[in-house]
Write a protein that binds this ligand. Structure first.
Ligand code: SN0
Length: 316
């Protein structure tokens, strides 16, 4: 039974979700009657390609109605309680969430972090205010600090492509021209901790993730050392948590190259996308048949379907 799906802590049995996603992938798609005709409203405060398409597709596979709204250009929503609304915010989240709940059986929310105010971002204000004031379950479509639908799909992908009972999974920081959220790495680590894998996180000094995510996780500053014997290389850029939101520019080049991949045990390459070619990872790695980016993207659909099905099963 799950009510909301906003982080791994909402899933009492992550493995059951992973196994169900794999079952869905193998099975003929037939909408269960409990879900048929229910309505999913997706609210995007930030752009989306995979999350939007895969979640809409998953809902359609289940026979649900989907309404998607780009919420970035509409009313500015007041998120704080008790404010005098005499500024530029036209509608309080209390009304916005309450109204959407009149039309939706489930609401999906995408809201990136500000990358300016760490306490505010890590308090997950947008997501939590929607959770508080909506009367229906909330699914995270990537919030300020985690991206559980991506990590569930990544866990499914690793389950499908592992060739050893306990593969070595390496999350490596990679360069980028913009300051990006920590949501994908935070979430990936959180999900991998529940799997039977040897997890190593490698990043330059200054790229430390929040303690609550990397507690008891092996962290190495030596990228090439970390790559040795790896079965999966998961690359992702993130901006600084300690010097919050700042771009990290290490002295060495952290881009993933064929030379670095050669240090692994013939590892599979993974990235959540979108990816900056020849900044994060070299063309030759992305275009190699061992790269799993499309398999990951494909698994976003079954991941979302397993979650929606489970939420609907809970009688919501
Ligand atoms: C987002 C992120 O969290 O890093 C979404 C990943 C699922 N990535 C970006 O915003 C990349 C944007 C860019 O300019 O490359």
């Amino acid at each position: 039974m799950i009510k909301h799906f906003t982080s791994i802590t909402d899933a009492p049995n992550p493995n059951a979700l992973i196994q169900r996603a794999l079952e869905i992938k193998r099975a003929v798609r037939r909408p269960p009657s409990a879900v048929h005709r229910k309505t999913l409203v997706l609210l995007f405060f930030n752009p989306s390609l995979r999350t939007r398409l895969s979640t809409e597709k998953a809902a359609q596979n289940l026979g649900m109605n989907v309404i998607t709204m780009n919420a970035d250009a509409g009313w500015k929503i007041e998120l704080e309680d008790g404010t005098v609304m005499d500024g530029d915010k036209a509608e309080h989240v209390r009304e916005a969430a309450g109204v959407i709940s009149q039309y939706a059986d489930v609401i999906g929310i995408r809201s990136f972090p500000t990358l300016k105010d760490r306490d505010w971002d890590y308090a997950e204000v947008v997501l939590n205010q929607f959770k508080k004031y909506a009367s229906v379950p909330i699914i995270s479509l990537e919030s300020a600090t985690v991206h559980p639908l991506q990590s569930l799909a990544d866990a499914v992908t690793i389950e499908e492509f592992k060739t050893k009972p306990r593969p070595k999974v390496v999350l490596t920081w990679a360069p980028h021209v913009r300051a990006l959220p920590q949501a994908v790495p935070n979430s990936f680590v959180e999900w991998m901790k529940t799997r039977d894998v040897e997890l190593v996180v490698t990043h330059p000094p200054g790229a430390e993730l929040a303690q609550q995510f990397v507690e008891n996780v092996r962290v190495e500053y030596d990228q090439q050392g970390a790559f040795e014997g790896a079965d999966f290389i998961y690359a992702k850029n993130w901006s600084s948590y300690t010097d919050y939101g700042q771009i990290i520019s290490p002295k060495e080049n952290w881009m993933v190259t064929p030379e670095k991949m050669a240090l692994t045990d013939n590892a599979r390459f993974m990235h959540c996308l979108p990816v900056r070619r020849n900044v994060v990872v070299a063309d030759a790695v992305l275009d190699d048949p061992r790269c799993l980016i499309f398999e990951q993207a494909k698994n976003r659909e079954v991941a979302a379907q397993a979650v929606l099905e489970e939420i609907m099963k809970s009688g919501n």
